[in-house]
Design a protein around this ligand. Structure first.
Ligand code: FES
Length: 132
């Protein structure tokens, strides 16, 4: 499996709205954050120090690092408050309908690529599973 493929991570129902959950996707730490509108995926390591962002709080469209308080934009991964100054990678997500389950999939893309907002909308991103 390549990093360009979407990888099933969890059921949508496993993600509480407004909280982050930690996963490992092909050995990459990924924080999934479900909001009312979509599912965000960020690299689950703060760019300021080696701590998981998934232990932070969701405030609006940001996740706040629990260690020193930098707030990272969920869509772009950019830090909006110090001390962090470097963005964290964000990853593409999509929701695939598998039987009666909505499955969250993540694609590990290049570190600097922001997620495509249109690909993760809960209202528009349900797709049929690909045949293999
Ligand atoms: S470790 Fe995250 S802001 Fe310092």
């Amino acid at each position: 499996m390549t990093e360009s493929a979407f990888i099933a991570v969890c059921d949508l129902d496993d993600l509480p709205i407004g909280r982050a959950r930690a996963f490992r996707v092909m050995d990459t730490p990924v924080a999934l954050v479900r909001t009312l509108e979509r599912v965000h995926a960020l690299h689950d390591v703060c760019s300021h120090a080696d701590v998981p962002l998934s232990d932070g709080d969701i405030v609006g469209n940001t996740i706040e690092c629990w260690m020193h308080g930098s707030a990272f934009d969920l869509t772009t991964g950019c830090p909006l408050t110090p001390p962090a100054v470097t963005p964290v990678p964000v990853y593409l997500t999509r929701i695939t309908q598998v039987d009666d389950r909505a499955v969250v999939e993540v694609r590990l893309t290049s570190a600097a690529a922001p997620a495509d907002p249109s690909s993760t909308s809960l209202a528009t991103s349900r797709t049929a599973p690909e045949e293999s």
